[in-house]
Design a protein around this ligand. Structure first.
Ligand code: NAD
Ligand code: LMR
Length: 308
């Protein structure tokens, strides 16, 4: 039997993700939204590209959670994106309500699924999804680190004139202004970037990475990024659905790792058929740990506001 993936929210991130998933041709895909007819229209349009691109994925759109039943993976993208001048944290109250309502329905219909949360503010929304679902932490994962790392890798590759494929990097911490790009561990074909780029330029690239989401929001003027975000979710789905056991930065509910307890924070994790199969603990310098702690405190503040 084919795998089943449901995507909640058929907006920019949701619909772009559904297109990418359909093109993978490894699962049937259901796209849910509360707006009448809209997910049905987008799903039909993506389905009709199948003969041209060459995929057989069955893509359906719906306003009825029953159609998402027994999904293997559910991706939650429903909720408001920010506008210029806003931080992701400004979305907290509105999106908390949406993500908790959505999670209830998801769990009722797909009690064994793995949930990937995308809605912002990401780490807090993953926390509310875990709380509402009652799932083990292995099955509720937040997407942010792959995206932040992709931005970091893009800027490094541009700087040194290398292929993005040769750039390895990690961005840890919460998906906010305090995220922690780990410049010390960033390499180009195995060569540390400190040997290739001046310290001042590295600091500028680190800051551009932290501001990467806001840079796109400012340019778009009406919403936020979706091409790179949907590609980043796709990498997580690939590793889970195909049990590839890839290691990538994800928001995971930490229980003592990195000295952080009962909180979603971005860390390297191994993703496989069971979801988060391992949290990788990298030895951090005192300065990196302090930055991670600061980032975790920012997430903790939001969790407190949500009353969790
Ligand atoms: N984690 C990340 O790295 C990352 C990256 C990009 C975007 N995001 C976040 O993803 C979210 C979606 O972004 P977007 O650009 O797709 O926004 P969008 O406005 O294009 O789409 C959001 C969709 O959610 C739907 N929706 C609202 N309430 C719903 C509900 N109760 N049930 C089902 N659907 C509902 C809306 O009808 C809309 O179609 C935002 O919160 C954004 O900040 C996160
Ligand atoms: O910046 C945003 O609000 C959307 C997303 O979190 C991003 O980083 O692109």
């Amino acid at each position: 039997m084919r795998s089943k993936i449901s995507v909640i929210g058929a907006g920019f991130v949701g619909s772009t993700l559904v297109q990418r998933l359909a093109e993978r041709d490894y699962a049937d895909v259901v796209m849910f939204d509360i707006v009448p007819n809209m997910p049905q229209g987008k799903a039909l349009d993506i389905l009709e590209a199948g003969p041209v691109i060459g995929y057989d994925s069955l893509v359906t759109g719906t306003n009825d959670y029953a159609d998402t039943a027994n999904s293997d993976i559910v991706v939650i993208t429903s909720g408001f994106p920010r506008k210029p001048g806003m931080t992701r944290d400004d979305l907290l109250k509105k999106n908390q309500e949406i993500v908790s309502q959505v999670t209830e329905q998801v769990v009722k219909n797909s009690p064994n699924c793995i949930i990937i949360v995308v809605t912002n503010p990401l780490d807090a929304m993953a926390q509310i999804a875990l709380h509402t679902s009652g799932f083990p932490r292995e099955r509720v994962i937040g997407m942010a680190g792959v995206l932040d790392t992709a931005r970091f890798r893009t800027f490094i590759a541009q700087e040194v004139g290398a292929s993005v494929r040769d750039v390895q990097a990690y961005v840890l911490g919460g998906h906010g202004d305090t995220m922690v790009p780990l410049a010390r561990m960033c390499t180009v074909a195995g060569v540390p970037i400190s040997q290739l780029i001046s310290a001042q330029r590295i600091e500028e690239i680190v800051q551009r990475t932290r501001d990467g989401g806001a840079e796109i929001v400012k340019l778009l003027g009406t919403g936020s990024a979706y091409f790179a975000p949907s590609a980043s979710v796709l990498q997580m789905v690939d590793s889970i659905l195909l049990d590839k056991k890839m290691i990538m930065p994800c928001a995971v509910y930490l229980q003592g790792e990195y000295g952080i307890n009962n909180l979603y924070v971005g860390v390297p994790a191994q993703l496989g058929a069971r979801g988060v199969e391992k949290v990788i603990e990298v030895t951090l310098s005192a300065e990196e740990q302090a930055l991670l702690n600061k980032s975790a405190s920012a997430v903790q503040e939001l969790v407190k506001v949500m009353g969790l």
